[in-house]
Design a protein around this ligand. Sequence first.
Ligand code: GLC
Length: 606
Amino acid sequence: MKKYYLLRNVTTFLVFFFTVFLLDGQSVVNKRAEWFVDARYGMFIHWGLYSGAEGVWKGESLRNDNNYAEWIQYRNSIGHEEYLGLIDRFKWDEIDPEKWVLLAKDAGMKYVVLTAKHHDGFALWDSKASSYNVARHTSPSRDILRELADACQKHGLRLGLYYSHWIDWDHEYGWNHRMEITGIRPEDYDLYWQNKVIPQMRELLTNYGPVDLIWFDMWIHHSGTVVSREQLIQLKSLIRELQPSCLINSRLGLSLKEDSDVDIHEMGDNQIGSQLQDFPWQSPATVSHSWGFHRRDTEWKSTTSLLRSLINNVSLNGNYLLNIGPRANGEVPYEIAVRLREMGKWMEVNWESVYGCKAFELPEGYHDWGRITCRETAGGTRLYLHLFNYPLDNKLYFSGVTSKPDRVYLLADKQKRPLDYTHKGALATISLPASAPDPYVSVIVLEYDGKPGIHEGLVAKNMDGGYSLTPWNRDNSGIVLKTVNKQRRGTVPAYASITEPTVLKWKIYIDEPGPKNFDISYSFQGETGKGIIRVKADGETLSHSVTPTGKTVAEPNSDWVIDDFRSHRAGIINFNNSGYYDIEVEINPQNREEIKFQWLWICRGG
Ligand code: GLC
């Protein structure tokens, strides 16, 4: 018999491993997923009996700091009858799913995913397979899914359904984490599967018109729990049979090896993209923290940060599924609705940089001012530069592209009046209006004839007009460096640990000739201090004698002493011409005394 002792932090690792590594090999956008990739932005709706509890049960808050209000039945050990009694708190005459769809539309979202059945096992439709459903317990009887599906049809949004296949706290044999103590026989679990999961999935895919996406929620691989591979294949085959164009997300629980046919790689909860993926993927995300409405949850993310997450994902080929948790009267909490409407206003102006857009071929996070999305048009390519931070000097440095843009304008400007810019080598410098045209994120469009050329391996010019050369953006990545991640809550920065003579190389494009300062940051705790760092550029060499950097107190009154990292002026080099330059740093420790190299900063000087 299998054991079911699963730790949540172990599962976090598994989700990461399972999603990132096992699905990473697939790079073809599945034909079925074309609409999804085009849509980029959808609405998640967590609504069910738990919405009536609002994260509080008999005066006590949810027994878990994660505040997932939809888990209250399990977390606070609520009996079945009492939990079902929550239905009396609902204001059925006020509940109108069409309003959720209208809000999604206002927000610029293209699809909606409703929790048709969450872990509590309660169905939001008129299910014949289980009487534990909304239609049975309302009078006049309501079928929330039918109402939502009709509204989606009416307003032209795609429909997705969240279905908790693995966990079901209602069915005697459905998975419930207490079974980690008691265990469950696989043949009993199969009774739940054959009598509830399969028939309910059949209902969902037969009675509600086209279903565009089934959102499963098993965040671990099936080998870690009771569900068998056969059961998952059976479920997946049923979907393929009944609605061949319906998408399936990766939380179904199969690995790619077992099934190369999953359509969407689902990230972890609130896990925003950090690397480019070719395979369709999406981040499920909340506005506050809980998914279901929680009256004591107040960690509202700002409209700016939500928009940045959406744009960030699109810039890495991903989607963003943003959640609303309506209350028991159907109302969407004000703080959520207001942000969604603000995002919608932004989308009204800037939709072109989101729908149907994808990643551009520069490295992730290449420019410190924001993110780039890309659209291929009949005549060429359009790049959308999203300014998360507006440059103080109103100059935007766009590095890495060697082609000259044909047109440069603000996306918000209907007349597409050209912005002044210069283009040299691999750098366009764009003159921006004195103040940001958009309070959240301003978008600049660059139009190119054909595909713009890229100069690979170049360090971008920073917003401050300098170049930050680090162990991570160097050009000779063939040389193996021992890098150390940031530690102690970021008070110790990331660095490369160097004990042997080492040469690091970068490439930059200098558009403004003249004297440049070279500052180098490192930590040195050795005794002798006889190490030498040489910086070479444009035929000149600067020599710097390594000096001890001492210690610092990282956090007041916390007995928190760490090695200090300090910036030292290595010298000045005069560049007579604009052009591409190789920058070399030669680090020579003495007696293998470690030099913790952090960065080299080059900026206008003299
Ligand atoms: C988690 C939670 C669940 C929530 C989901 C959303 O798996 O169990 O409550 O619905 O994530 O991503």
